[in-house]
Every structure is written in structure tokens, then in C-alpha cells.
Design a protein around this ligand. Structure first.
Ligand code: MG
Length: 249
């Protein structure tokens, strides 16, 4: 079901989104190579969310145990923050959703720790660019396939691949609403985009092959070939006038 949002709901999601962006930035800035663990980042994120009067949307969702997903290197998404120390050269994806005054927003960033390999740097850059390109076409009158095509065409032109079986989603009243927002597609196909839609667009892009596997913890999605993966996500609102990114400070 697609829940169209009024301006007043979007205004509350904007507050949730601002908090999401602040938490992700502060977690990213706190990373110290060979010292920080994903668990310590989750602790910081949860404290910030609660102190701001928010509520972690991921914690307890289908049993997920944490406020922040931390996915390192070959981990694509849904990494449970543990005690594997973050090292120089790692690609660290931070992903969180927060409820604030009854509505939620969801975003993710991939952070490069210290000096990256050229491949890792390019993967990160291209994934972030693909999100920007997707947002540019996420306007009323276009279709879901335009979003997916913008992502797929950009990353595949660079030799990277869209991780299989994972998609963006509607967001706002709950953390996962309809519609699914695939990271691939054909232009001019799929559901019509309308004012009032609020979507989490989230390219998850692999350096190598598109196939993924589930880790033994039954949460963490990893690349089947153990190649690096990157992930950027924003919650956006489609308006009469265009598109607004809600997960910014
Ligand atoms: Mg999401």
C-alpha cells in the first residue's frame, strides 16, 4: 500500500531526517582506524537518538538487535554491529532509521577509512553519484523504473553491479512501506510517481558480481564473491514542485 503524505507529515519526517543525517555524520566523524568497533558506533548512535527524543526504528524490527547497521567491506547491508575492529582502508556503511514525533526517516552512507584502494574509492564515489542521479529523476510524472534505470545504467557503465534481491522502499509511517524501489529498471515503466510519496532510495552496489549471500548470523548480507560493496541512501519526498531530500542537516 502506498501512503501519500501531507505537508505536515513531510514536515515531521524532515525533523526525523535531520536527526538521521546528524547521527550518521557524527558516527562517521568518530571513526578511528584500529580503535573503533561497529558496536561502539551503535552505542553512540543510540545515545544520540534517545537524547534527541527520537526512537530507533531498526532496533527490534523483526528482531534486529541494534540502532545502527554497520556493514564493512564485503558486507552489503544489515550488518549487526559487533567487535570486529575497523581498520585503515575499510569501507564502512552506516545505516539507520529513526522515528521522531511519530514518523520516520531512513538513510545510509559509506565511509572510507583512511587511504582507500583506487577500486574502493571509485566504488564509493560511483554509488553516491548513482543515488544523486536517481533523486534527480524521482519527480512526479516519472515512474519507478526511471529511478532504477538511473542507478543501474550509471553503475554498470563503470563495471560495477547492482546487488541482487535488495531494494529501496516507501518510508514514513513505518520504516518499510510500499512500494519497493528497485535499483534497476527500464525508463518509463513501473508505478507512476506522485506528490506525497516518500521513498527511501538506496543503491547497494558491488565491486564484483551481483550475487549476495546471507551470513551465519541470519542478518548480514554479504557479496557472494566477497568483493567490496557500497551503499548510499536518502529519504526523499516527491512534491508538486520536484523532489526534496529529507535526510539532510
Ligand atoms: Mg532503507
Amino acid at each position: 500500500m502506498i501512503i501519500l503524505k501531507s505537508d505536515s507529515v513531510v514536515a515531521r519526517m524532515r525533523e526525523a531526517g535531520r536527526l538521521v543525517a546528524r547521527v550518521l555524520r557524527q558516527c562517521a566523524e568518530s571513526i578511528q582506524p584500529n580503535k573503533t568497533t561497529p558496536a561502539s558506533l551503535n552505542f553512540l548512535a543510540e545515545r544520540m537518538v534517545l537524547e534527541a527524543g527520537g526512537f530507533p526504528a531498526f532496533k527490534g524490527y523483526r528482531g534486529f538487535p541494534a540502532t545502527l547497521c554497520v556493514s564493512v567491506n564485503e558486507q552489503v547491508v544489515h550488518g549487526i554491529p559487533g567487535v570486529r575492529t575497523i581498520r585503515e582502508g575499510d569501507l564502512v556503511t552506516l545505516d539507520t532509521g529513526i522515528f521522531y514525533q511519530g514518523f520516520c526517516a531512513d538513510a545510509a552512507i559509506t565511509v572510507g577509512v583512511g587511504r582507500l584502494s583506487p577500486d574502493a574509492q571509485q566504488l564509493m564515489n560511483v554509488t553516491e553519484q548513482s543515488l544523486q542521479k536517481a533523486i534527480e529523476v524521482a519527480k512526479a510524472g516519472n515512474r519507478l523504473g526511471d529511478i532504477g534505470h538511473a542507478i543501474q545504467s550509471h553503475v554498470e557503465a563503470q563495471g560495477f553491479s547492482v546487488a541482487l534481491g535488495l531494494a529501496g522502499h516507501g518510508v514514513g509511517r513505518t520504516i518499510h512501506e510500499g512500494p519497493d524501489v528497485p535499483n534497476f529498471g527500464k525508463p518509463g515503466t513501473g508505478m507512476l510517481l506522485e506528490p506525497g510519496m516518500t521513498l527511501a532510495i538506496e543503491p547497494m552496489i558491488n565491486l564484483g558480481k551481483p550475487e549476495v549471500e546471507m551470513d551465519e548470523d541470519d542478518w548480514t548480507v554479504i557479496t557472494a564473491d566477497r568483493s567490496l560493496s557500497a551503499h548510499f541512501e536518502h529519504t526523499i519526498a516527491i512534491t508538486e514542485h520536484g523532489v526534496e531530500i529529507l535526510t539532510v542537516e
